[in-house]
Write a new protein. Structure first.
Lengths: 296, 294
Protein backbone atom coordinates (compact mmCIF):
# COMPACT_ATOMS: atom_id res chain seq x y z
CA UNK A 1 0.00 0.00 0.00
CA UNK A 2 1.41 3.36 -0.96
CA UNK A 3 1.70 6.08 1.62
CA UNK A 4 -1.06 8.08 -0.04
CA UNK A 5 -3.45 5.11 0.02
CA UNK A 6 -2.65 4.48 3.65
CA UNK A 7 -3.35 8.13 4.46
CA UNK A 8 -6.58 8.14 2.49
CA UNK A 9 -7.84 4.99 4.19
CA UNK A 10 -7.13 6.47 7.61
CA UNK A 11 -8.74 9.80 6.77
CA UNK A 12 -11.91 8.14 5.49
CA UNK A 13 -12.13 6.01 8.58
CA UNK A 14 -11.79 9.09 10.80
CA UNK A 15 -14.51 11.00 8.94
CA UNK A 16 -16.88 8.05 9.31
CA UNK A 17 -16.04 7.79 12.99
CA UNK A 18 -16.81 11.49 13.50
CA UNK A 19 -20.19 11.05 11.83
CA UNK A 20 -20.97 8.14 14.15
CA UNK A 21 -19.81 10.16 17.14
CA UNK A 22 -22.41 12.84 16.35
CA UNK A 23 -24.97 10.67 18.12
CA UNK A 24 -22.94 10.77 21.34
CA UNK A 25 -22.61 14.55 20.98
CA UNK A 26 -26.37 14.86 20.40
CA UNK A 27 -27.17 12.80 23.48
CA UNK A 28 -24.72 14.81 25.55
CA UNK A 29 -26.12 18.05 24.10
CA UNK A 30 -29.66 17.13 25.07
CA UNK A 31 -28.56 16.22 28.59
CA UNK A 32 -26.52 19.41 28.94
CA UNK A 33 -29.26 21.74 27.69
CA UNK A 34 -31.91 20.14 29.88
CA UNK A 35 -29.76 20.06 33.00
CA UNK A 36 -28.29 23.56 32.72
CA UNK A 37 -31.59 25.26 31.93
CA UNK A 38 -33.63 23.38 34.51
CA UNK A 39 -30.94 24.14 37.10
CA UNK A 40 -31.92 27.79 36.72
CA UNK A 41 -35.57 26.86 37.17
CA UNK A 42 -34.82 24.87 40.32
CA UNK A 43 -33.00 27.90 41.73
CA UNK A 44 -36.44 29.56 41.90
CA UNK A 45 -38.71 26.61 42.59
CA UNK A 46 -37.79 23.81 44.95
CA UNK A 47 -37.66 20.36 43.32
CA UNK A 48 -39.96 19.20 46.11
CA UNK A 49 -42.67 21.62 45.02
CA UNK A 50 -42.11 20.77 41.36
CA UNK A 51 -42.24 16.99 41.59
CA UNK A 52 -44.88 16.66 44.32
CA UNK A 53 -47.04 19.77 43.92
CA UNK A 54 -50.58 19.05 42.78
CA UNK A 55 -51.37 22.35 41.09
CA UNK A 56 -49.83 23.57 37.84
CA UNK A 57 -50.41 27.24 37.02
CA UNK A 58 -47.13 28.86 35.97
CA UNK A 59 -48.79 31.36 33.63
CA UNK A 60 -51.58 32.62 35.94
CA UNK A 61 -51.72 34.20 39.36
CA UNK A 62 -51.57 32.70 41.97
CA UNK A 63 -48.71 30.76 40.42
CA UNK A 64 -48.05 27.15 41.27
CA UNK A 65 -45.37 24.83 39.94
CA UNK A 66 -46.51 21.30 40.77
CA UNK A 67 -45.90 19.08 37.74
CA UNK A 68 -48.11 16.19 38.88
CA UNK A 69 -51.23 17.31 36.94
CA UNK A 70 -49.20 17.31 33.72
CA UNK A 71 -47.68 13.90 34.52
CA UNK A 72 -51.18 12.56 35.33
CA UNK A 73 -52.50 13.94 32.03
CA UNK A 74 -49.61 12.36 30.15
CA UNK A 75 -50.22 9.00 31.81
CA UNK A 76 -54.00 9.06 31.27
CA UNK A 77 -53.48 9.48 27.54
CA UNK A 78 -50.56 7.04 27.32
CA UNK A 79 -52.36 4.30 29.26
CA UNK A 80 -55.59 4.97 27.34
CA UNK A 81 -53.76 4.64 24.04
CA UNK A 82 -52.16 1.36 25.16
CA UNK A 83 -55.59 -0.04 26.07
CA UNK A 84 -56.48 0.48 22.41
CA UNK A 85 -53.17 -0.35 20.76
CA UNK A 86 -52.08 -3.42 22.73
CA UNK A 87 -55.01 -5.78 21.96
CA UNK A 88 -55.22 -4.62 18.34
CA UNK A 89 -51.45 -4.63 17.82
CA UNK A 90 -50.86 -8.00 19.46
CA UNK A 91 -53.86 -9.65 17.78
CA UNK A 92 -52.89 -8.41 14.34
CA UNK A 93 -49.29 -9.53 14.90
CA UNK A 94 -50.52 -12.98 15.96
CA UNK A 95 -52.74 -13.09 12.90
CA UNK A 96 -49.90 -12.06 10.59
CA UNK A 97 -47.34 -14.47 12.00
CA UNK A 98 -49.53 -17.52 12.79
CA UNK A 99 -52.58 -17.43 10.53
CA UNK A 100 -52.40 -15.14 7.52
CA UNK A 101 -51.44 -16.47 4.09
CA UNK A 102 -48.40 -14.66 2.67
CA UNK A 103 -50.40 -12.41 0.35
CA UNK A 104 -52.58 -11.08 3.20
CA UNK A 105 -49.45 -10.46 5.21
CA UNK A 106 -47.84 -8.77 2.23
CA UNK A 107 -50.83 -6.44 2.14
CA UNK A 108 -51.24 -5.78 5.88
CA UNK A 109 -47.62 -4.88 6.63
CA UNK A 110 -47.33 -2.00 4.14
CA UNK A 111 -50.71 -0.61 5.27
CA UNK A 112 -49.46 -0.54 8.84
CA UNK A 113 -46.38 1.30 7.60
CA UNK A 114 -48.57 3.88 5.90
CA UNK A 115 -50.45 4.29 9.18
CA UNK A 116 -47.10 4.92 10.89
CA UNK A 117 -46.14 7.45 8.22
CA UNK A 118 -49.10 9.79 8.68
CA UNK A 119 -48.03 13.01 10.43
CA UNK A 120 -49.37 13.52 13.92
CA UNK A 121 -51.07 16.85 13.13
CA UNK A 122 -53.31 14.84 10.81
CA UNK A 123 -54.28 12.54 13.66
CA UNK A 124 -54.93 15.60 15.82
CA UNK A 125 -57.18 17.13 13.18
CA UNK A 126 -59.08 13.84 12.90
CA UNK A 127 -59.51 13.53 16.68
CA UNK A 128 -60.83 17.07 17.04
CA UNK A 129 -63.11 17.22 14.01
CA UNK A 130 -64.29 13.62 13.71
CA UNK A 131 -63.65 11.35 16.72
CA UNK A 132 -64.98 13.83 19.29
CA UNK A 133 -68.12 15.10 17.52
CA UNK A 134 -69.11 11.89 15.69
CA UNK A 135 -67.90 9.07 17.96
CA UNK A 136 -67.46 10.22 21.55
CA UNK A 137 -70.10 12.90 21.98
CA UNK A 138 -72.98 10.73 20.66
CA UNK A 139 -71.93 7.97 23.09
CA UNK A 140 -71.21 10.24 26.05
CA UNK A 141 -73.25 13.44 25.73
CA UNK A 142 -71.71 16.33 27.57
CA UNK A 143 -68.13 15.47 26.68
CA UNK A 144 -66.16 18.65 26.15
CA UNK A 145 -64.82 19.57 22.71
CA UNK A 146 -61.30 19.01 23.98
CA UNK A 147 -61.03 15.68 25.79
CA UNK A 148 -58.46 13.08 26.70
CA UNK A 149 -60.38 10.17 25.18
CA UNK A 150 -60.21 11.40 21.59
CA UNK A 151 -56.48 12.05 21.96
CA UNK A 152 -55.96 8.61 23.50
CA UNK A 153 -57.81 6.94 20.62
CA UNK A 154 -55.72 8.54 17.89
CA UNK A 155 -52.46 8.08 19.80
CA UNK A 156 -53.49 4.44 20.20
CA UNK A 157 -53.94 4.08 16.44
CA UNK A 158 -50.62 5.83 15.95
CA UNK A 159 -48.73 3.28 18.06
CA UNK A 160 -50.48 0.18 16.63
CA UNK A 161 -47.77 -0.14 13.92
CA UNK A 162 -44.98 0.06 16.53
CA UNK A 163 -46.56 -2.60 18.72
CA UNK A 164 -47.68 -4.91 15.96
CA UNK A 165 -44.41 -4.91 14.04
CA UNK A 166 -42.32 -5.53 17.18
CA UNK A 167 -44.71 -8.29 18.32
CA UNK A 168 -44.62 -9.78 14.83
CA UNK A 169 -40.80 -9.88 14.96
CA UNK A 170 -40.97 -11.51 18.39
CA UNK A 171 -43.52 -14.14 17.32
CA UNK A 172 -41.57 -15.01 14.21
CA UNK A 173 -38.38 -15.40 16.21
CA UNK A 174 -39.99 -18.31 18.12
CA UNK A 175 -38.44 -21.49 16.66
CA UNK A 176 -40.66 -23.61 14.44
CA UNK A 177 -39.80 -26.71 16.44
CA UNK A 178 -41.73 -25.42 19.46
CA UNK A 179 -44.87 -25.02 17.34
CA UNK A 180 -44.43 -28.39 15.68
CA UNK A 181 -44.02 -30.13 19.01
CA UNK A 182 -47.34 -28.69 20.18
CA UNK A 183 -49.10 -29.51 16.91
CA UNK A 184 -47.83 -33.09 17.23
CA UNK A 185 -49.64 -33.28 20.56
CA UNK A 186 -52.81 -32.29 18.69
CA UNK A 187 -52.96 -28.73 19.94
CA UNK A 188 -55.11 -26.45 17.81
CA UNK A 189 -53.64 -23.41 16.11
CA UNK A 190 -55.16 -21.14 18.76
CA UNK A 191 -53.60 -23.17 21.56
CA UNK A 192 -50.23 -23.08 19.83
CA UNK A 193 -50.57 -19.31 19.40
CA UNK A 194 -51.68 -18.47 22.91
CA UNK A 195 -49.89 -21.14 24.96
CA UNK A 196 -46.65 -21.66 23.04
CA UNK A 197 -45.84 -18.71 20.78
CA UNK A 198 -47.16 -15.89 22.96
CA UNK A 199 -45.44 -17.00 26.21
CA UNK A 200 -42.20 -17.77 24.36
CA UNK A 201 -42.23 -14.28 22.84
CA UNK A 202 -43.30 -12.60 26.08
CA UNK A 203 -40.19 -10.46 26.46
CA UNK A 204 -40.56 -9.20 22.89
CA UNK A 205 -44.17 -8.30 23.60
CA UNK A 206 -43.09 -6.52 26.77
CA UNK A 207 -40.51 -4.51 24.83
CA UNK A 208 -43.16 -3.62 22.23
CA UNK A 209 -45.49 -2.39 24.96
CA UNK A 210 -42.73 -0.30 26.55
CA UNK A 211 -41.62 1.28 23.27
CA UNK A 212 -45.22 2.00 22.32
CA UNK A 213 -45.79 3.53 25.74
CA UNK A 214 -42.71 5.73 25.41
CA UNK A 215 -43.95 6.96 22.03
CA UNK A 216 -47.36 7.75 23.50
CA UNK A 217 -45.76 9.67 26.38
CA UNK A 218 -43.75 11.79 23.94
CA UNK A 219 -46.51 12.31 21.41
CA UNK A 220 -47.10 16.01 20.95
CA UNK A 221 -49.16 17.53 18.16
CA UNK A 222 -52.21 15.24 18.28
CA UNK A 223 -52.40 15.65 22.03
CA UNK A 224 -51.92 19.42 21.92
CA UNK A 225 -54.73 19.72 19.37
CA UNK A 226 -57.27 17.29 20.81
CA UNK A 227 -56.76 17.09 24.58
CA UNK A 228 -57.01 20.76 25.47
CA UNK A 229 -54.94 22.99 27.72
CA UNK A 230 -56.30 22.62 31.23
CA UNK A 231 -53.87 20.94 33.63
CA UNK A 232 -55.96 18.83 35.98
CA UNK A 233 -55.16 16.12 38.47
CA UNK A 234 -57.96 13.85 37.31
CA UNK A 235 -58.40 10.48 35.68
CA UNK A 236 -61.59 11.36 33.81
CA UNK A 237 -60.90 10.80 30.08
CA UNK A 238 -63.97 12.76 29.00
CA UNK A 239 -62.56 16.00 30.35
CA UNK A 240 -60.05 18.36 28.88
CA UNK A 241 -56.58 17.98 30.38
CA UNK A 242 -52.99 18.87 29.58
CA UNK A 243 -49.91 16.72 29.06
CA UNK A 244 -46.26 17.63 29.47
CA UNK A 245 -45.91 17.92 25.70
CA UNK A 246 -49.13 19.92 25.45
CA UNK A 247 -47.80 22.42 27.96
CA UNK A 248 -44.51 22.72 26.07
CA UNK A 249 -46.46 23.55 22.89
CA UNK A 250 -48.62 26.08 24.73
CA UNK A 251 -45.59 27.94 26.04
CA UNK A 252 -43.72 27.93 22.76
CA UNK A 253 -46.77 29.38 20.99
CA UNK A 254 -46.87 32.34 23.37
CA UNK A 255 -44.39 35.18 23.64
CA UNK A 256 -42.58 34.21 26.81
CA UNK A 257 -39.32 36.16 27.06
CA UNK A 258 -36.15 34.04 27.28
CA UNK A 259 -34.83 33.84 30.83
CA UNK A 260 -38.19 34.34 32.55
CA UNK A 261 -39.46 31.69 34.93
CA UNK A 262 -42.28 30.78 32.50
CA UNK A 263 -39.62 30.14 29.90
CA UNK A 264 -37.62 27.96 32.27
CA UNK A 265 -40.66 25.79 33.06
CA UNK A 266 -40.31 24.68 29.44
CA UNK A 267 -36.99 23.06 30.19
CA UNK A 268 -38.11 21.60 33.52
CA UNK A 269 -41.07 19.95 31.78
CA UNK A 270 -38.93 18.78 28.88
CA UNK A 271 -36.51 17.26 31.38
CA UNK A 272 -39.33 15.43 33.16
CA UNK A 273 -40.54 14.14 29.80
CA UNK A 274 -37.02 13.13 28.76
CA UNK A 275 -36.40 11.25 32.00
CA UNK A 276 -39.71 9.38 31.67
CA UNK A 277 -39.07 8.27 28.09
CA UNK A 278 -35.39 7.56 28.78
CA UNK A 279 -36.24 5.23 31.65
CA UNK A 280 -38.86 3.38 29.60
CA UNK A 281 -36.60 3.12 26.55
CA UNK A 282 -33.60 1.84 28.50
CA UNK A 283 -35.70 -0.91 30.08
CA UNK A 284 -37.15 -1.75 26.64
CA UNK A 285 -33.71 -1.90 25.00
CA UNK A 286 -32.52 -4.23 27.74
CA UNK A 287 -35.57 -6.50 27.50
CA UNK A 288 -35.25 -6.58 23.72
CA UNK A 289 -31.57 -7.52 23.87
CA UNK A 290 -32.27 -10.36 26.25
CA UNK A 291 -34.98 -11.76 24.01
CA UNK A 292 -32.74 -11.58 20.94
CA UNK A 293 -30.06 -13.56 22.72
CA UNK A 294 -32.53 -16.30 23.61
CA UNK A 295 -33.04 -17.65 20.08
CA UNK A 296 -30.20 -16.39 17.92
CA UNK B 1 -60.84 -43.68 25.95
CA UNK B 2 -62.73 -40.85 27.64
CA UNK B 3 -60.45 -40.54 30.61
CA UNK B 4 -58.46 -37.31 30.78
CA UNK B 5 -55.30 -36.75 32.69
CA UNK B 6 -53.51 -33.48 33.44
CA UNK B 7 -53.77 -30.78 30.82
CA UNK B 8 -54.82 -33.17 28.07
CA UNK B 9 -58.25 -32.14 26.82
CA UNK B 10 -59.56 -34.23 23.96
CA UNK B 11 -62.73 -32.29 23.08
CA UNK B 12 -61.23 -31.53 19.73
CA UNK B 13 -64.33 -30.38 17.87
CA UNK B 14 -65.13 -27.78 20.47
CA UNK B 15 -61.55 -26.57 20.66
CA UNK B 16 -61.42 -26.19 16.91
CA UNK B 17 -64.64 -24.17 17.00
CA UNK B 18 -63.16 -21.85 19.61
CA UNK B 19 -60.03 -21.66 17.48
CA UNK B 20 -61.99 -20.57 14.41
CA UNK B 21 -63.82 -17.97 16.46
CA UNK B 22 -60.56 -16.47 17.67
CA UNK B 23 -59.02 -16.60 14.22
CA UNK B 24 -61.91 -14.52 12.95
CA UNK B 25 -61.40 -12.15 15.86
CA UNK B 26 -57.68 -11.77 15.13
CA UNK B 27 -58.40 -11.18 11.45
CA UNK B 28 -60.95 -8.49 12.26
CA UNK B 29 -58.50 -6.80 14.64
CA UNK B 30 -55.88 -6.80 11.88
CA UNK B 31 -58.18 -4.80 9.68
CA UNK B 32 -59.03 -2.18 12.32
CA UNK B 33 -56.02 -0.13 11.27
CA UNK B 34 -57.00 -0.27 7.61
CA UNK B 35 -60.57 0.68 8.50
CA UNK B 36 -59.34 3.66 10.48
CA UNK B 37 -57.07 4.74 7.63
CA UNK B 38 -59.97 4.49 5.17
CA UNK B 39 -62.32 6.56 7.34
CA UNK B 40 -59.59 9.14 7.91
CA UNK B 41 -58.82 9.54 4.22
CA UNK B 42 -62.47 9.66 3.16
CA UNK B 43 -63.24 12.23 5.84
CA UNK B 44 -60.31 14.45 4.86
CA UNK B 45 -61.15 14.27 1.15
CA UNK B 46 -64.79 15.04 1.94
CA UNK B 47 -63.91 18.09 4.01
CA UNK B 48 -60.99 19.41 2.02
CA UNK B 49 -61.34 18.49 -1.64
CA UNK B 50 -63.79 21.31 -2.48
CA UNK B 51 -61.20 23.77 -1.15
CA UNK B 52 -58.36 22.49 -3.32
CA UNK B 53 -57.69 24.69 -6.30
CA UNK B 54 -54.78 26.32 -8.09
CA UNK B 55 -55.41 29.34 -5.86
CA UNK B 56 -54.93 27.21 -2.75
CA UNK B 57 -51.47 26.14 -3.95
CA UNK B 58 -50.17 29.55 -5.09
CA UNK B 59 -51.74 31.92 -2.52
CA UNK B 60 -50.35 32.92 0.84
CA UNK B 61 -52.36 32.13 3.98
CA UNK B 62 -54.82 34.79 5.06
CA UNK B 63 -56.59 35.29 8.35
CA UNK B 64 -59.07 37.74 6.90
CA UNK B 65 -60.48 35.79 3.99
CA UNK B 66 -60.16 32.02 4.38
CA UNK B 67 -61.59 31.58 0.88
CA UNK B 68 -58.41 33.09 -0.61
CA UNK B 69 -55.96 31.40 1.73
CA UNK B 70 -53.27 29.11 0.36
CA UNK B 71 -50.20 27.10 1.24
CA UNK B 72 -47.55 28.86 -0.86
CA UNK B 73 -45.31 29.86 2.06
CA UNK B 74 -45.72 26.46 3.72
CA UNK B 75 -44.87 24.56 0.53
CA UNK B 76 -41.72 26.61 -0.07
CA UNK B 77 -40.76 26.27 3.60
CA UNK B 78 -41.20 22.50 3.47
CA UNK B 79 -39.01 22.25 0.36
CA UNK B 80 -36.30 24.39 1.97
CA UNK B 81 -36.46 22.37 5.17
CA UNK B 82 -36.29 19.00 3.48
CA UNK B 83 -33.34 20.00 1.27
CA UNK B 84 -31.33 21.16 4.31
CA UNK B 85 -32.34 18.14 6.37
CA UNK B 86 -31.49 15.75 3.55
CA UNK B 87 -28.12 17.35 2.75
CA UNK B 88 -27.06 17.01 6.39
CA UNK B 89 -28.67 13.82 7.62
CA UNK B 90 -28.24 11.47 4.63
CA UNK B 91 -24.43 11.65 4.19
CA UNK B 92 -23.90 11.78 7.94
CA UNK B 93 -26.27 8.90 8.67
CA UNK B 94 -24.89 6.65 5.96
CA UNK B 95 -21.31 7.45 7.01
CA UNK B 96 -22.13 6.61 10.63
CA UNK B 97 -23.72 3.34 9.54
CA UNK B 98 -20.68 2.46 7.43
CA UNK B 99 -18.42 3.13 10.40
CA UNK B 100 -20.48 0.95 12.72
CA UNK B 101 -20.94 -1.93 10.26
CA UNK B 102 -17.61 -1.94 8.41
CA UNK B 103 -14.97 -0.40 10.66
CA UNK B 104 -15.89 -0.38 14.35
CA UNK B 105 -14.43 -2.97 16.65
CA UNK B 106 -16.48 -4.02 19.64
CA UNK B 107 -15.08 -1.62 22.22
CA UNK B 108 -16.49 0.80 24.76
CA UNK B 109 -16.85 3.74 22.39
CA UNK B 110 -18.69 1.63 19.83
CA UNK B 111 -21.06 0.37 22.47
CA UNK B 112 -21.61 3.93 23.69
CA UNK B 113 -22.41 5.05 20.14
CA UNK B 114 -24.85 2.19 19.72
CA UNK B 115 -26.57 2.92 23.01
CA UNK B 116 -26.84 6.62 22.09
CA UNK B 117 -28.45 5.79 18.77
CA UNK B 118 -30.92 3.34 20.32
CA UNK B 119 -31.80 5.94 22.93
CA UNK B 120 -31.99 8.87 20.49
CA UNK B 121 -34.41 6.90 18.34
CA UNK B 122 -36.82 6.99 21.29
CA UNK B 123 -36.37 10.62 22.36
CA UNK B 124 -39.63 12.56 21.81
CA UNK B 125 -39.42 15.06 18.97
CA UNK B 126 -40.22 18.06 21.21
CA UNK B 127 -37.02 17.36 23.11
CA UNK B 128 -35.06 17.74 19.86
CA UNK B 129 -36.89 21.04 19.51
CA UNK B 130 -35.54 22.11 22.91
CA UNK B 131 -32.03 21.12 21.82
CA UNK B 132 -32.39 23.04 18.57
CA UNK B 133 -33.73 26.08 20.41
CA UNK B 134 -30.77 26.17 22.79
CA UNK B 135 -27.99 25.21 20.36
CA UNK B 136 -28.93 26.35 16.83
CA UNK B 137 -31.31 29.24 17.48
CA UNK B 138 -29.53 30.85 20.41
CA UNK B 139 -26.00 29.54 20.83
CA UNK B 140 -25.05 29.48 17.13
CA UNK B 141 -27.45 32.41 16.61
CA UNK B 142 -29.13 31.05 13.50
CA UNK B 143 -32.34 32.67 14.71
CA UNK B 144 -35.73 31.16 13.92
CA UNK B 145 -34.41 30.32 10.47
CA UNK B 146 -35.06 27.46 8.13
CA UNK B 147 -31.39 26.52 8.64
CA UNK B 148 -31.93 26.01 12.39
CA UNK B 149 -35.08 24.03 11.60
CA UNK B 150 -33.36 21.86 9.01
CA UNK B 151 -30.44 21.06 11.30
CA UNK B 152 -32.76 20.19 14.19
CA UNK B 153 -34.87 17.87 12.06
CA UNK B 154 -31.66 16.37 10.62
CA UNK B 155 -30.61 15.34 14.12
CA UNK B 156 -34.11 13.97 14.69
CA UNK B 157 -34.08 11.65 11.66
CA UNK B 158 -30.40 10.70 11.92
CA UNK B 159 -31.06 7.60 14.08
CA UNK B 160 -33.71 6.40 11.62
CA UNK B 161 -31.25 6.66 8.71
CA UNK B 162 -28.41 5.05 10.68
CA UNK B 163 -30.53 2.10 11.80
CA UNK B 164 -31.94 1.45 8.29
CA UNK B 165 -28.53 1.82 6.63
CA UNK B 166 -26.88 -0.50 9.12
CA UNK B 167 -29.50 -3.12 8.41
CA UNK B 168 -28.93 -2.76 4.67
CA UNK B 169 -25.12 -2.94 5.00
CA UNK B 170 -25.33 -5.87 7.40
CA UNK B 171 -27.44 -7.82 4.91
CA UNK B 172 -24.65 -7.71 2.31
CA UNK B 173 -22.96 -11.12 2.53
CA UNK B 174 -19.36 -11.30 3.67
CA UNK B 175 -18.39 -13.17 0.52
CA UNK B 176 -18.70 -9.83 -1.34
CA UNK B 177 -16.09 -8.32 0.96
CA UNK B 178 -13.80 -11.34 0.88
CA UNK B 179 -13.85 -11.39 -2.92
CA UNK B 180 -12.74 -7.76 -3.06
CA UNK B 181 -10.04 -8.19 -0.40
CA UNK B 182 -8.73 -11.24 -2.23
CA UNK B 183 -8.11 -9.06 -5.29
CA UNK B 184 -6.13 -6.62 -3.16
CA UNK B 185 -8.79 -3.93 -2.71
CA UNK B 186 -8.45 -1.70 0.34
CA UNK B 187 -11.26 -1.45 2.85
CA UNK B 188 -12.63 1.77 1.38
CA UNK B 189 -12.39 0.44 -2.19
CA UNK B 190 -14.30 -2.64 -1.07
CA UNK B 191 -17.02 -0.58 0.57
CA UNK B 192 -17.33 1.91 -2.25
CA UNK B 193 -17.45 -0.48 -5.16
CA UNK B 194 -18.97 -3.63 -3.64
CA UNK B 195 -20.74 -3.24 -0.32
CA UNK B 196 -22.38 0.15 -0.80
CA UNK B 197 -23.87 -0.54 -4.25
CA UNK B 198 -25.38 -3.77 -2.95
CA UNK B 199 -26.88 -1.93 0.02
CA UNK B 200 -28.27 1.06 -1.92
CA UNK B 201 -31.89 -0.14 -2.21
CA UNK B 202 -32.14 -0.80 1.53
CA UNK B 203 -30.52 2.54 2.37
CA UNK B 204 -32.81 4.30 -0.09
CA UNK B 205 -35.90 2.82 1.58
CA UNK B 206 -34.70 4.05 4.97
CA UNK B 207 -33.81 7.50 3.63
CA UNK B 208 -37.19 8.00 1.98
CA UNK B 209 -39.03 6.93 5.14
CA UNK B 210 -36.83 9.21 7.27
CA UNK B 211 -37.37 12.21 4.99
CA UNK B 212 -41.10 11.63 4.87
CA UNK B 213 -41.05 11.66 8.65
CA UNK B 214 -39.14 14.96 8.48
CA UNK B 215 -41.79 16.46 6.19
CA UNK B 216 -44.52 15.59 8.70
CA UNK B 217 -42.79 16.93 11.82
CA UNK B 218 -44.33 19.94 13.47
CA UNK B 219 -43.52 19.79 17.19
CA UNK B 220 -39.74 20.49 17.13
CA UNK B 221 -40.22 23.36 14.68
CA UNK B 222 -42.88 24.86 16.92
CA UNK B 223 -40.34 24.76 19.74
CA UNK B 224 -37.77 26.60 17.65
CA UNK B 225 -40.31 29.37 17.29
CA UNK B 226 -40.95 28.69 13.61
CA UNK B 227 -43.90 30.89 12.84
CA UNK B 228 -47.31 29.44 12.17
CA UNK B 229 -48.54 32.46 10.22
CA UNK B 230 -46.11 33.39 7.46
CA UNK B 231 -46.96 35.42 4.37
CA UNK B 232 -43.59 35.32 2.63
CA UNK B 233 -41.36 32.73 1.05
CA UNK B 234 -37.88 32.11 2.49
CA UNK B 235 -35.19 33.36 0.10
CA UNK B 236 -32.15 32.09 1.95
CA UNK B 237 -31.30 29.59 4.68
CA UNK B 238 -31.36 32.31 7.33
CA UNK B 239 -34.93 33.44 6.59
CA UNK B 240 -37.89 32.66 8.81
CA UNK B 241 -40.26 30.04 7.56
CA UNK B 242 -43.26 27.83 8.12
CA UNK B 243 -43.95 24.28 6.92
CA UNK B 244 -47.09 22.42 5.89
CA UNK B 245 -47.75 20.64 9.22
CA UNK B 246 -47.40 23.94 11.12
CA UNK B 247 -49.72 25.71 8.71
CA UNK B 248 -52.23 22.89 9.19
CA UNK B 249 -51.88 23.19 12.95
CA UNK B 250 -52.53 26.91 12.79
CA UNK B 251 -55.73 26.30 10.83
CA UNK B 252 -56.92 23.45 13.09
CA UNK B 253 -56.39 25.72 16.06
CA UNK B 254 -58.93 28.27 14.78
CA UNK B 255 -62.47 27.66 16.01
CA UNK B 256 -64.25 28.61 12.75
CA UNK B 257 -65.32 25.82 10.39
CA UNK B 258 -63.79 27.51 7.30
CA UNK B 259 -60.36 27.09 8.78
CA UNK B 260 -61.02 23.42 9.46
CA UNK B 261 -61.80 23.00 5.77
CA UNK B 262 -58.53 24.77 4.98
CA UNK B 263 -56.75 22.39 7.36
CA UNK B 264 -58.28 19.41 5.55
CA UNK B 265 -57.18 20.85 2.21
CA UNK B 266 -53.67 21.36 3.61
CA UNK B 267 -53.68 17.75 4.82
CA UNK B 268 -54.60 16.59 1.31
CA UNK B 269 -51.55 18.43 -0.04
CA UNK B 270 -49.33 17.00 2.73
CA UNK B 271 -50.55 13.43 2.27
CA UNK B 272 -50.38 13.93 -1.49
CA UNK B 273 -46.63 14.28 -0.99
CA UNK B 274 -46.14 11.73 1.80
CA UNK B 275 -48.20 8.75 0.64
CA UNK B 276 -46.43 8.50 -2.74
CA UNK B 277 -43.08 8.77 -0.93
CA UNK B 278 -44.08 5.90 1.37
CA UNK B 279 -45.30 3.96 -1.63
CA UNK B 280 -41.97 4.40 -3.43
CA UNK B 281 -40.05 3.31 -0.31
CA UNK B 282 -42.15 0.15 0.05
CA UNK B 283 -41.91 -0.56 -3.69
CA UNK B 284 -38.11 -0.15 -3.70
CA UNK B 285 -37.82 -2.65 -0.89
CA UNK B 286 -40.19 -5.16 -2.48
CA UNK B 287 -38.37 -4.84 -5.83
CA UNK B 288 -35.00 -5.29 -4.14
CA UNK B 289 -36.10 -8.36 -2.21
CA UNK B 290 -37.28 -10.01 -5.41
CA UNK B 291 -34.15 -9.43 -7.45
CA UNK B 292 -31.54 -9.75 -4.71
CA UNK B 293 -28.25 -11.02 -6.13
CA UNK B 294 -27.53 -13.23 -3.14
Amino acid sequence: MSQWTRFREGAIRSVFFLCAAVSIVTTAGIAWVLISESAQFFAHVSPLEFFFGTRWAPLLEPRAYGVLPLVAGTLVIAVGSLIIALPIGAASALYMSEYAPPWVRGFLKPVLEVLAGIPTVVYGYFALTFITPYVIQPLFPGTSVFNAASAAIVVGVMIIPTISSLCDDAFRAVPKSLREAAFALSATRLEVSTRIVFPAAMSGVAAAVLLGFARAVGETMAVAIAAGMTPKLSLNPLQSLQTLTGYIVQVSLGDTPAGSIEYQTLFACAMTLFLMTLAINLVAIRVLRRFREAYE
Amino acid sequence: MTQTTGAFEPRLARRKRVGRLFMAGFAVMSFVGIGFLAVLIVRILWEGLPWISAKFIVNFPSVLSPADAGVRSALFGTVWLIVITGLVSVPMGVAAAIYLEEYASNNRITRLIQLSIANLAGVPSVVYGILGLAVFVRWLSCGRSVLAGGLTVALLVLPVIIIASREALGAVPNSFRHAAYALGATRWQTIRSHVLPAAVPGILTGVILALSRAIGEAAPLLMLGALTYVTFVPEGPLDEFTVLPLQIYQWVDQPQAEFHHLAAAGIIVLLGVLLPMNGVAIAVRAWHQRRKAW
